[in-house]
Design a protein around this ligand. Structure first.
Ligand code: NAP
Length: 341
């Protein structure tokens, strides 16, 4: 008997991938927990966040990404709380980060050895664990040599406190320098249908050098969820109040692209734009799509991406839709944190 697409989606699990050079195998759809921290997302709801993490694990997502700076410790604490159930920590791969410090609500890059050695213990405590699976330098710090940062990461790796070393928002040249001192297993960079800068050099470099790639902002801060409307507004310190994609006249262009992609997803694949966007990333060759969510009902990408794929013609059509709808594209550069004064 033929199953409905909905039944197939409920029964399917997202595919998984090995992180080269480590013992880790992770789901190719991961859950991002930045918004759960509240900071830059207009506030947090702790119990909904915990329920979201557990819903993601139930749906076969095994990789949870967080960072100390997300809510200044709040996101890591929520992850620790969500996993404090017998058996859950052992089957979850935790990725967190290091190298941003905060003072009076402002953040700065600090990837010095001293900062890294302090942050690791803070993160282990908040996450209620004695090891971190993937530890990533959040942003390159121009005031600290990459060799110093890499050496500190190598020390933690040798001590067994971390099981894989990652960097985030690094260029090819910065990764090259880093790898002269320490192994590099993971790169995390922005990547989605609207933000493709890493395709030029970074993705090919990682592929050639066996570095797993985590693409963050898979839903472009919710645009590609398909739930945004022209009159959608954001509250408090929500970063989408300053994100140039969410301002006129660009917002209408991006929404138009999403509408047309959603029509294509329904017509050709019996899916929605959120599934198409994540499937597209995976078929472009990124190892993992990092999707943010903070309510259990938002964890819907993982189920809809299994057991189908896009061919070259589909991807060319998708590209045409984006290129014609978005006349004035802009990247995610506005999110880069400043260096220390
Ligand atoms: P994203 O995946 O681009 O968008 C997440 C947001 O989209 C959600 O918070 C939610 O916004 C909305 N959304 C998601 N699913 C939805 C659904 N089914 N229906 C309606 N709305 C939905 O997220 P991101 O959080 O910016 O990026 C993902 C993760 O990547 C982060 O959480 C973080 O772990 C990581 N990241 C890393 C860096 C870095 O520098 N390394 C930078 C950015 C992100 P609302 O909750 O407001 O509805």
């Amino acid at each position: 008997m033929r199953q409905s697409v909905q039944t197939q989606m409920r029964e399917s699990q997202p595919e998984s991938v090995d992180i080269p050079g480590t013992q880790l195998r992770v789901s190719r759809v991961a859950l991002g927990t930045w918004a759960m921290g509240g900071w830059m997302w207009g506030g947090t709801d702790e119990s909904a966040s915990v329920a979201t993490i557990r819903a993601a694990l139930d749906q076969g997502i095994s990789l949870i990404d967080t960072a100390p700076v997300y809510g200044f410790g709040v996101s890591e604490e929520i992850v620790g709380q969500a996993l404090a159930v017998p058996g859950l920590r052992a089957r979850t791969v935790i990725a967190t980060k290091v190298g941003l410090e905060w003072r009076d609500g402002k953040i700065y890059r600090n990837a010095s050895r001293a900062r890294i050695m302090q942050e690791i213990d803070d993160s282990l405590r908040r996450l209620r664990t004695d090891y971190i699976d993937i530890y990533q330098v959040h942003w390159p710090d121009p005031l600290v040599s990459i060799a110093e940062t890499a050496e500190a990461m190598r020390t933690l790796y040798q001590q067994g406190k971390i099981r894989a070393i990652g960097v985030s928002n690094f260029s090819v040249a910065q990764m090259e320098t880093f790898r002269r001192v320490a192994p590099l297993h993971v790169l995390q960079s922005p990547y989605n249908l609207f933000e493709r800068a890493i395709e030029a050099q970074i993705l090919p470099y990682c592929r050639t050098n066996n570095i797993a790639t985590l693409g963050y902002g898979a839903l472009c801060r919710g645009l590609l969820s398909g739930r945004m409307r022209p009159d959608t507004t954001f509250q408090g310190d929500d970063l989408r109040r300053i994100d140039p994609k969410f301002q006129p006249p660009r917002f209408a262009q991006y929404l138009n692209a999403v509408r047309r992609l959603d029509e294509l997803a329904q017509r050709s694949f019996q899916r929605r734009v959120i599934h198409l966007a994540v499937r597209w990333m995976l078929d472009q060759g990124i190892s993992v799509a990092l999707c943010g969510a903070r309510r259990p009902d938002q964890v819907e990408a993982a189920l809809g991406v299994a057991d189908w794929s896009l061919d070259g013609a589909d991807r060319a059509l998708i590209e045409r839709i984006v290129n014609t709808a978005v006349a004035d594209p802009v990247g995610p550069e506005f999110m880069a944190p400043p260096q220390r004064a």
